[in-house]
Design a protein around this ligand. Structure first.
Ligand code: TMP
Length: 245
């Protein structure tokens, strides 16, 4: 792997070129950041855990007809993906109020939203990933109006599939972030990852607001037992999906 050309290094993953220009190899890292990388650390085993969880979730979504960049997981912690041009938007879906929604609107943490909320944030660390209004989205031309609608529709379908799946794992899918990209033919594909780094996941068996957290909020807010929470999500996903990756 060392001879592969590094294409891009993000906060949680490194992308390498492969012999096939249409395929990239993603290596998931243990590094963790929060609050626009102001907080940095590492979660032991996270790369392998998140890659395995993301593999199962991408496979589940593909089985349900969602086009994703996922190809396969050749080794633990490594994922082959279709090369895409990432659209610089973070598409967040929320079922329950938490995080920035509560900070910015005053809605109480844990409030069940009357319907899923889809939000588009501009993926620009230097601007602090601002929430975009529909009108700003339209004038910025980061994606066509049709692509924005496609992303919204896909995000809601993905939400239903993942809500059902995590429900079977006795986990509440509070909210999550998606990224989409365009392949060489212009097809819109779900990209990046879906993992405890990019979702809020609450253990339904726990009512305590700190103990129920099974996601990166444990790292963000120094709640402790971060690795154990990620392991717990992996174990439940594997139990639900069957152990073969
Ligand atoms: P927020 O409440 O901080 O806006 O986060 C909403 C969801 O998006 C939550 O599940 C965490 C995820 N997220 C990311 O994956 N990356 C990010 O950079 C941010 C800010 C949130």
């Amino acid at each position: 792997m060392s001879q592969l050309e590094k294409r891009y290094e993000g906060k949680a993953k490194i992308l390498y070129a492969t012999d096939d220009p249409a395929v990239l190899l993603t290596v998931y890292k243990d590094d963790a950041t929060a609050f626009n990388a102001q907080k940095r650390g590492s979660i032991q085993g996270k790369g392998v855990i998140n890659c395995t969880i993301a593999t199962h979730l991408f496979q589940l979504l593909e089985q349900q007809g969602i086009p994703t960049h996922f190809i396969d997981m050749p080794e633990a912690g490594q994922m082959r993906v279709r090369a895409v041009q990432i659209i610089p938007l973070e598409v967040v879906v929320r079922n329950i109020a938490a995080g920035s929604l509560c900070r910015e609107t005053g809605l109480p943490v844990g409030m069940v939203l009357p319907q899923p909320l889809v939000e588009f944030y501009y993926k620009r660390d230097d601007l602090g990933d601002p929430l975009l209004t529909p009108d700003r989205l339209a004038i910025m031309q980061l994606a066509t109006a049709e692509q924005v609608e496609q992303m919204r529709t896909l995000a809601l379908r993905i939400n239903s599939i993942l809500q059902d799946f995590f429900g079977q794992c006795d986990i509440t899918l509070v909210d999550f972030k998606l990224e989409f990209g365009l392949d060489a033919t212009g097809q819109l594909l779900l990209a990046d990852e879906i993992s405890p780094d990019t979702c809020r996941l609450w253990n339904r068996a726990e009512s305590d607001p700190n103990r129920r957290v099974l996601d990166k909020d444990r790292f963000r807010h120094d709640l402790g037992d971060v690795e154990a929470a990620y392991q717990q999500v992996l174990a439940r996903v594997l139990a639900q999906r069957g152990a073969g990756a």
